[in-house]
Ligand binder design. Structure first.
Ligand code: RAT
Ligand code: ZN
Length: 412
């Protein structure tokens, strides 16, 4: 019989080696040019670090926002790395990336780091990061409402198969008053009061963009107050447009629930907070629409247990990721253990939510370490009963956790 130590070694090896399908990121196919962020200045000006930087600096908000990206990065480096030790998860992540790229972080030399990144060409750097992170494919977040992104799709380009698309529709659901005229201007016969052909035309819009980008699923991020059923524009659009579209085109609907946008607007993109959401809304969707598939992640730690219970009740619900403020080692460990105990392998423990290409390296390195540790503990518990997992069984299971189960869920 394998000892717990032998099991740990085997599981760690497999978890380290298994390629990942990263199901939610904000990365772009290199064909999108400047929209794909990478390099030291983008790493340092990640919005997680901007929020932390303001805590350790008294720079006025407006002054910070008026700085160039390089100056902002200088300020954050100084405040978070030089004046204090960079122990937060987002700071540590930068160092993990630099180390994996073979850079010497001991020197604390930001100009030297910049000089290193200046030598890279984006195509080669993309390949290097995907290799280091052992990520086989990433899902982008693709918004037809984004004025920078939209024209790239309209022009067309040769797709990089390592970058899959997901249709992101926040303005459609959360800002209908402004989106209806926009859709109208694009040639869809929608009316702000939902009369006439509105729902059919929204479906036509969704179908056009699903085809254009070859979407894997349709996605929205929702506030903590999200309710279903409800007499709200988003609930009506979900029932009469998104879900019929999903059934017709075999598209799952991904809901990320619990954000409170602009808690501190001075922080701009770094200013969002979280709130406790109602898991009942997810249960209602799953119960009323059994022919639809739902991918759900929630932002409040306090929602995680109820979400697991909901997933036990509904097989059309697939839980994924440790999102944003949950993406910290202590919480990932807790959530992964709970999900394995309650859902077994029928879930996706992590997505990266990367906004900067290089972050793939740290987010997956840190998550692999934790997932491997928790899994090893679970297999050791099985082995103690005499149920010894084989290498092939563990490889199968880890493949499922790292995107395989989700790919099956999206297809079935
Ligand atoms: O995690 C993040 O980077 C957030 O800013 C959000 O973009 C969130 O992940 C989302 O997709 O809404
Ligand atoms: Zn995101």
């Amino acid at each position: 019989m394998n000892s717990p130590a032998e099991i740990r070694t085997l599981v760690t090896d497999i978890v380290q080696a298994t390629p990942v399908f990263d199901i939610h990121t904000h990365l772009y196919d290199p064909a999108f040019g400047e929209l794909l962020l990478w390099g030291i200045d983008d790493l340092l000006t990640y919005h997680y670090l901007i929020a932390e930087g303001f805590r350790q600096s008294d720079v006025p908000y407006e002054k910070f926002w008026a700085l160039s990206k390089t100056q902002q990065a200088d300020l954050i480096w100084d405040a978070l790395f030089l004046r204090h030790s960079p122990v937060s998860e987002a700071c540590r992540g930068v160092l993990t990336v630099l180390q994996a790229l073979g850079l010497d972080v001991r020197k604390r030399d930001l100009p030297a780091l910049r000089a290193h990144f200046a030598q890279w060409e984006v195509g080669e750097f993309t390949t290097r990061c995907l290799e280091l992170a052992r990520v086989r494919q990433v899902c982008m977040t693709n918004s037809p409402f984004d004025p920078l992104e939209r024209p790239v799709w309209e022009r067309g380009f040769a797709r990089d198969p390592r970058f899959a698309a997901a249709l992101r529709i926040d303005p459609l659901l959360l800002d209908w008053a402004n989106t209806a005229p926009q859709l109208h201007a694009w040639g869809y016969e929608v009316r702000a009061d939902f009369s006439g052909q509105t729902f059919g035309e929204v479906r036509r819009f969704l179908a056009d963009w699903t085809r254009r980008i070859d979407a894997r699923y349709c996605m929205v991020s929702l506030p903590a107050e999200f309710a279903f059923p409800a007499e709200t524009a988003e609930a009506r659009l979900i029932e009469h447009a998104i879900l019929p579209h999903g059934r017709e085109h075999g598209q799952a609907f991904a809901l990320m629930i619990g954000v409170r946008r602009g808690v501190n607007p001075q922080l701009r993109m770094a200013g969002d907070g979280l709130g406790l959401a109602d898991v009942g809304a997810v249960e209602n969707l799953c119960a009323q629409f059994p022919a639809n598939k739902f991918l759900v992640t929630m932002l409040a730690r306090e929602n995680q247990h109820a979400l697991c219970v909901a997933a036990r009740k509904f097989r059309n619900l697939h839980v994924f990721g440790c999102w944003w403020f949950l993406n910290n080692p202590s919480i990932i460990e807790d959530m992964t253990r709970m999900r394995l105990e309650m859902l077994g392998l029928s879930m996706t423990p992590q997505h990266s939510d990367c906004r900067v290409l290089d972050q793939l390296v740290y987010k997956w390195s840190h998550s692999r370490g934790i997932i491997g540790r928790v899994l090893a503990e679970k297999y050791a518990d099985l082995a103690a009963t005499g149920w010894e997992p084989t290498r092939a069984e563990i490889e199968r299971d880890v493949h499922d956790l790292f995107g395989g189960a989700l790919e099956r869920f999206l297809k079935d």
